[in-house]
Design a protein around this ligand. Sequence first.
Ligand code: ZN
Length: 680
Amino acid sequence: MNAPAALNPLLDFSGLPRFSELKPEHVAPAIDQLLAEGRATVSAVANASPTWQAFVAPLEDVNERIGRAWGQVSHLHAVMDSPQLREAYNANLPKITEYWTALGQNEALFAGYKKLRASAEFEALSAPRRKIVENALRDFRLGGAELPADKKPRFAEVQAELARLGAKFSENLLDATNAFSIVVDESRTRGIPADVLEAAREAAQKDAKAGWKFTLHAPSYVPVMQYAEDRALRETLYRESATRASELGKPEWDNTPLIARIVRLRRELAQLLGFRNYAEYSLVPKMARSPAEVLEFLDDLARRARPFAEKDVAELREFARTLGLDSLQSWDVAYVSEKLRLARYAFSDQEVKQYFPEDAVLAGLFRVAQALYGVGIAPAAAPLWHPDVRFFEIRDAAGALVGQFYLDLYARDTKRGGAWMDDAITRRRTASGIQAPVAYLNCNFSRPVGGKPALFTHDEVLTLFHEFGHGLHHLLTRIEDLGVSGITGVEWDAVELPSQFMENFCWEWDVLRPMTRRVDTGEPLPRALFERMVAAKNFQSGLAMLRQIEFALFDMRLHFDFDPQAGASALDLLREVRERVAVLFPPEYNRFPNSFSHIFGGGYAAGYYSYKWAEVLSADAYSAFEEGGNVLDPKTGARFREEILAVGGSRPAAESFRAFRGREPAVDALLRHNGMGTAA
Ligand code: ZN
């Protein structure tokens, strides 16, 4: 009954994906067959003896095949979409989701993992395998598998209601965002950039109106707040944005009761599982050990950033007065900041771009990996999904294959936006030896035009280094078991360490200069321009950091020591947090919680801190290279690879960090990199 792999490329796991042959009609038959094999394996191992070989290994094998096949489909859906492929993707996604959900709730599997954990074999397993078993047990428990029968229905009810409320929160926010627009005449458009005006004019025309139409969506809202000289226009948009989905607008879009209900249900969910609050539950699979540790971390950072934020605000107020604004209002902040930034550090992205042709940037990026880890990177052949895509191999000093990656740099209208790294194949030991890992690196840069190489802005160079850092994390692993190999199983609040780490090299003169070449004259980046870029990067970094800390503190306390039954609202809590840390205060009508979809509509509840957390880790790891005086030191590079990159998710990230740095993470390096160092 099995279709021969030769006929369906999605069923061929002998090597690299066969992208050039893959067709939408291959998807359903392959997925149906693989899911049937998955279900058969699940029932077979449920009765097997609970050993690694008889129980875990067959599950890993079959699930890897499902993951690899579906990974190719969702990758193509993201980078090379077509109506037929989208249809195949949407038709098969529910089957895949259902399979993984059923797996996570399978009581026979949970029992099998428990037996394996209790068996004599467990202690004899390798550390990565023990971690895989522990992770499986943890995930079953967090999913409610251990609840007594009389509590399970309520647990499922709470989960379902939370999912509904989260979706409704986002819908309300979107509806409220869409509901507002303003059409203005030319006299009110002064200062707004031409491309934004063009879009605003087209938007008005679409509504058969004369003039320029502005909305609360970021591509319209942000430039108005930054550039519009019409202060009343800025105030109107600010007020509308800051009161979205609140009791100050349409009652049916008011998120206030949803917030109260979500916070209460999350607490109930956590308490059903035996935790005191949702923050404790949320932190179990993360690197941070306790809500108290996170709060202390944020408080410390706030204390140290505060003097710099105060200075930022004082400068803003002073500069505002030179623009004729005697009081600095919330709707003036972005506007005055942009004017001040221009006055101080004026340089254009277009100018910087001339110095970063693609070939020089890629060569510079590969040189960093080569210097740090002693690996060579060279182009190689592989089936590709588009002629623009390139494929590379990483080999060690002895010439052995370490890993491979696809590089898909340019924007296309069949590709989704943003930049991201994904795993195609994960390193593991199989019956026939080591299976080398493979990664997809995807960006949305401009393609080459006019016979010149593609030119990148410095931001794009940072993005490329960032994604390549994720790629190296996946490709330089030495782990031989799927569940904790490469990026698999790495804690959520530590996963950005290797990527943000790589960004640091783009701010290093000695690394950056050799990867620049002015496209028309061949000269390298001038030092003076580089210095201005660095200064612009640190502009208002104190203010920006305090704002992120304010959101993170609000999120953590809301899910930790805030009692939803005690009468105070989430807004009251936010005001209390602001009293403690903020240096700028919004107007009384501001309803920020009602549009904080990261934590109410997305997956960041009691996790918003992780942005800053991972930045501290990456900056502190990088400072080990700075301390040695040579940021490309191969000895430190080798240690970074062994202790951080190679171990994947096989041990706690906190342990890996300590092993590399010889101590706990410290915030000093991050502050210093943001121009907030303390004078020693
Ligand atoms: Zn990232």
